[in-house]
Design a protein around this ligand. Sequence first.
Ligand code: AKB
Length: 317
Amino acid sequence: MKNILIIGSTGQIGSELAMKLRSIYGGSNVVAGYIPGAEPKGELAESGPMEVVDITNAQQIADVVKKYNVDTIYNLAALLSAVAENKPLLAWHIGIDGLLNVLEVARENKCAVFTPSSIGSFGPNAPKDGTPQDTIQQPRTMYGVTKVSGELLSNYYALKFGVDTRSVRFPGLISYVTPPGGGTTDYAVDIYYSAVKGEKFICPIKAGTFMDMMYMPDALRAAIEIMEADPTKLRHRNSFNIASMSFDPEVIYASIKKYIPTFEMEYQVDALRQGIADSWPNKLDDTCARMEWGWNPEYDLDSMTRDMLDKLSKRLK
Ligand code: AKB
């Protein structure tokens, strides 16, 4: 990777990934793509180039790729799962029509492409525990439908046209920087904000609902390491299961209570999010990622909780 374009650089993953990529490859070599209304601010705006790149506008993507001699595109434009259920056509337009634009530009300009998939690419017929890399997926959400279609389309472009497409299936991502918006796993971020603010947490997901989660520093490393991986070792491309921890609301609550014993939580279950969570796996098997490109997470629940509470309490002072 020498010249990188991030589409969706001001979102939950993009805002942190852009800074991490700039620290590795140099500020001027990482273009922060954004849509009007979501302009980069602060360090992100000051540390390198930024350009309007709407994923639904193929010409705009092509112009920026040519202007900066881009060789790698991080395609992070997407609606999260709960929002996608309410706006299915928009989810498809951004997730699939947009991806097709990116893949075509990549084919014409010989770019590598990273497009994240998700635990949401699996549905209720997939094995729930130790969900294998290659298994039945059959998601029942529009989010999942776009993720599986995106995986297939990206593999097609790799096989048919030799486009270097790669991807990981992200778990719920937890970070103290940019909050997520409209995901099913967002509760696992919100709970830390409530704990640090000294508020009771109202949990929208039932006790006993286990989902894969990951701390953002591990997720950023995964996105970079998969793109740097030796292609001759990759048997899979789109998309690798990755995992680091799996918990339900009771487990994360207990982990926070160790540090803030007065913290309280009560349940008010959100039917939409609960339905989505019930259709997702409890825990993925990430053996292929470990074997093919050396994936290895650094954070577990306890080390993440300590870091989240420490960083958030400084930020919210
Ligand atoms: C969501 O909850 O929609 C995302 C995801 C797991 O893909 N965080």
